[in-house]
Design a protein around this ligand. Structure first.
Ligand SMILES: C[S@@+](CC[C@H](N)C(=O)[O-])C[C@H]1O[C@@H](n2cnc3c(N)ncnc32)[C@H](O)[C@@H]1O
Length: 398
């Protein structure tokens, strides 16, 4: 077994103006949960595989006369296994405790956070909220990844509780590997564009499902002359996102409350770059085709659409599919598995793209290694869902 890894403290996160301030016990709570999460993925999870290979699979083969034929058969068999139950229950609990810890910290200072958000947002034309936008069912029907109130619930006027809790809590799940601003994905895209396509200078950028803008801010910084539009349906998240971007000195993003299934306010072929980050696995079979069609309509010929996601299941081993699928059944992520089963080529073709142009790349989250450490080859801290090595798919529109 490798030496115990030292994780950074939650205090390494950038304390921007609207970030919740933590007292001693709150920092300790975040750090305990971060370590528990890391311990579960690095030390306990390998035992789940052993349980499968040494106990569950042989018992299945003995009773059925064949190996499991799908991840669903593996899950059904593993549900009876006490080691899997132990890991799964702790993982779920860590997620629930993350939300509880983040939320209680935010709620005790919510008046100050709201005042600061309001001051940064006052009279801003770059924050466009629209009361008539309904939250679509893929978001309203479930508290995604056990987050109370999901991304959109408001408990009082100008509330940002859900957004500030999300900002504070991500670190626990990723063990800091997304960086001091939890923006490693966006930094990874900006870095990939600078390295692989240095001549590509998008003038208009659209980010869909921006939540609190973690991953769109690095793009706005990479292209300071671009007009960047970030859309989401979740009002408290947009309020917080706008104030957070301002607090970080970023002025070229307009945050718009809108449903990406339509976006009638934007003209055909009016964006050079359209991105999403960890978005599709929270959309439904109804929403995803509609949003892809919107992207096809809005993207200029010669433009790029690029999407950070976890890898599709096609061609993946059944055990890995089963582990990755944990979120679908135990973490309030009902679209996770169904989305990762989809044939992206067929989806893009149905949306009107030339699907032969589809490419897939690995985007490595770029973070400050002096604080957060280097991700080493064979590092088993992967938690199959929010790891800092991303799969991205995209295409250049001809
Ligand atoms: C997993 S979060 C995305 C995380 C974010 N992109 C980031 O980089 O941290 C999904 C977001 O998509 C938003 N969303 C879901 N369906 C949408 C739709 N039809 N139109 C606009 N936003 C949507 C949700 O409100 C939520 O904020």
């Amino acid at each position: 077994m490798s030496a115990l890894k030292t994780l950074p403290s939650w205090q390494a996160l950038t304390q921007h103006a609207v970030f919740p301030k933590a007292n001693h016990d709150e920092v300790a709570r975040m750090n305990v949960l971060t370590h528990l999460n890391y311990h579960l993925s690095a030390r306990v999870l390998p035992g789940v595989k052993l349980s499968y290979e040494q106990r569950v699979k042989p018992a299945f083969v003995k009773s059925q006369g064949r190996e499991p034929a799908s991840r669903h058969e593996i899950r059904q068999a593993m549900l009876q296994d006490s080691y899997f139950q132990f890991w799964s229950a702790l993982r779920r609990n860590t997620m629930e405790m993350r939300h509880q810890a983040g939320r209680s910290m935010v709620l005790r200072q919510i008046d100050r956070i709201v005042d600061q958000v309001d001051a940064l947002n006052q009279h801003a034309s770059t924050l466009q909220l629209n009361d008539s936008i309904e939250v679509p069912h893929n978001i309203s029907d479930v508290d995604i990844h056990c987050q109370p109130g999901c991304y959109y619930t408001e408990y009082f006027e100008n509330d940002v509780t859900v957004a500030a809790s999300y900002d504070a809590g991500l670190f626990v799940t990723t063990a800091g590997l997304l960086g001091a601003l939890s923006d490693g994905g966006g930094q990874g895209i900006a870095n990939w564009l600078a390295t692989e396509h240095p001549d590509f200078k998008p003038r208009r950028i659209l980010d869909i499902g921006c939540t609190i803008g973690h991953n769109v801010v690095p793009l706005a910084q990479a292209f300071p002359d671009a007009e960047v539009i970030a859309v989401d349906v979740a009002r408290p998240s947009l309020r917080y996102a706008h104030a957070r971007a301002k607090a970080l000195g970023v002025d070229n993003i307009t945050f718009v409350q809108a449903n990406a299934e339509q976006l009638p306010q934007f003209a055909n072929e009016s964006f050079d770059l359209i991105t999403t980050a960890m978005f599709w696995h929270e959309t439904s079979h109804r929403a995803m085709p509609a949003i892809l069609k919107t992207i096809q309509r809005l993207l200029k010929p010669g433009g790029l659409t690029l999407h950070l996601e976890q890898p599709q299941y096609q061609g993946m081993g059944l055990y890995e599919q089963f582990i990755r699928d944990w979120d679908t059944y135990f973490n309030n992520e009902p679209y996770w598995g169904p989305m990762h089963d989809l044939d992206l080529t067929a989806m893009l073709a149905a949306a009107g793209f030339n699907a032969e142009d589809l490419f897939e790349i690995g985007v490595v989250s770029k973070v400050d290694e002096t604080i957060f450490g280097k991700r080493e080859a064979g590092d088993s801290g992967e938690d199959y869902g929010r790891a800092p090595v991303w799969n991205a798919f995209g295409l250049w529109k001809k």
